[in-house]
Design a protein around this ligand. Structure first.
Ligand code: PGA
Length: 266
């Protein structure tokens, strides 16, 4: 795991925007895995700005979102489809037909889950998967005790997640307790993964993710099994790590190495 500790949430978003820019420059037809929540919003703002400035294009890209609330269609303001349209898709040059979110209003959600896996395969697999993290270590809606080999499926949300997300729903408004989410096995098949975490509330989950053990109790700890994960943290989210200085040291060495390689090449 590459663990990068940055000063502020804005630095985290900037670093992540650089990773997405590099990915799309190298492969304009990239398949991107995207996430909802408050954490990626700054990143999405930066991607919109860079697209407006002509530094970035999604024209040939496809996107697959991690999850959707079961029973909410894309016109529902709390649906993740609606969120993604507002936060990103409506403001960049992506073809809307290539933005995928699990079909949570299908009469047969199990078939919809299989179809989602099939669509990811047909697109060639996810090149770069973005993740947030829940305070309980969930990734997508893979709550604690999800199988580490799970695929896209219906998943029950924990009381903690429902409480955390209640802030987005009006008093008395229906809040789903089921979702359709990519599985942990699905996520681990992405070629590259970037997880963003900011704020002190995420510090214990970040510690469990990075320092282990690998356990279904903390679903994000499964990322330790993946060969290309970057964990981008602000100082608050990194505050419970036992070895922050070690990760900072590795990052400095890595920066020095990249500079000397590019100096040697020029
Ligand atoms: P948040 O959600 O970015 O709103 O904290 C993250 C998540 O639950 O995955």
């Amino acid at each position: 795991m590459r663990v990068v500790i940055l000063n502020s949430p804005d630095d985290v978003a900037e670093y992540a925007a650089d990773l997405f820019t590099r990915q799309l420059t190298r492969k304009p037809g990239s398949v991107l895995g995207l996430a909802t929540g408050s954490t990626p919003l700054k990143l999405y703002e930066k991607l919109i700005e860079r697209t407006a400035r002509g530094e970035l294009s999604f024209r040939r890209a496809s996107t697959f979102n991690l999850d959707e609330y079961l029973g909410l269609d894309g016109t529902h303001p709390q649906s993740y489809r609606y969120f993604m349209n507002r936060a990103l898709f409506d403001h960049i040059d992506i073809e809307s037909g290539r933005t995928y979110v699990p079909n949570a209003v299908s009469a047969d959600p199990r078939k919809a889950a299989e179809d989602y896996e099939q669509s990811i395969r047909e697109a060639g697999g996810v090149d770069l998967q973005l993740l947030g993290i829940g305070v309980n270590g969930h990734i997508g809606f893979n709550e604690p005790y999800s199988s580490l080999g799970s695929r896209t499926r219906i998943k029950t949300l924990t009381a903690r997640t429902i409480a955390d997300n209640a802030r987005f729903f009006a008093d008395g408004e229906f809040q789903p307790n089921l979702s359709l989410t990519m599985g942990i096995g699905t996520i681990l098949e992405a070629r590259q993964i970037v997880l963003l975490a900011t704020g002190r509330a995420k510090a214990p989950a970040v510690k469990d993710t990075v320092e282990g053990p690998v356990t279904a109790k903390c679903p994000s700890s499964a990322l330790q099994l993946h060969p290309a994960v970057t964990v981008l943290l602000d100082a608050a989210a990194a505050s419970a790590l036992e070895e922050p200085a070690f990760f900072q040291h590795i990052e400095e060495l890595d920066q020095a190495l990249s500079t000397s390689i590019s100096d040697a090449a020029s």
